[in-house]
Write a protein that binds this ligand. Sequence first.
Ligand code: PGA
Length: 245
Amino acid sequence: MVRQKIIAGNWKMNGNKELVDAFNRKKFTNTSATVIILPPAPYIQLFTNNTIEIGIQNFHPNANGALTGEVGIQNLQDLRPTLKWALIGHSERRTLFNETDTFLQEKLNSLLTSTSEISAIICCGEEEGQDRKQVLKRQIMSYFSYQEPDPLRIVIAYEPVWAIGTGKVATPSIVQEAHQYIRSLIKDSFGSEIADEMRIIYGGSVNVSNSSIILAIDGVDGFLIGGASLNIDDFSTIIDSIHML
Ligand code: PGA
């Protein structure tokens, strides 16, 4: 099964208007990949480049309410059609903002049951020293405890926490084993059709020197890129490396 690759850039709390302008000027014409940028929320509507899809890094599962500072599901609907993706369960949200498996499952459920048609990139991954399979099983099964995963609306990002922003990229065998394991979890619970269609992408210190090696690993359908997505040349080079496979 050929799955369309996803190259997503998570700017986190970085970037500025100049970077948005630079991305607006650049045409990403590699049809083998869907290019996604997740900028800080205030920049979402500044993107005018139809070769990039835009995502939001965070939202609250409630439609609206007295939650100062939060962006609710109803607000996301008004960012359509620019907004197409939402990130859920990034390790920084889990650790720095205490988002639990239950809360993340609520976010996913509320996004998928809203009328927004926004798709989700859901993150999973173990911390240093944790049992990888145990963590992945707990996180993945928690996301899908309400509904079966729709491969058209969900992309899974495997991001070992120890590889995020550290320069310590996971070895090809770890990446392959983790991706295979996640796909097997989906297959065992929801069948091989859904498992075959599901995009599973890797994140954690992806850069221009390691991207083609990781992308060549069986079962890797693209990347969630932090640091290297802030450099438009590096980000473009990574996208172009898909041609070389
Ligand atoms: P990194 O971040 O590429 O800077 O390691 C990845 C991420 O946080 O998604």
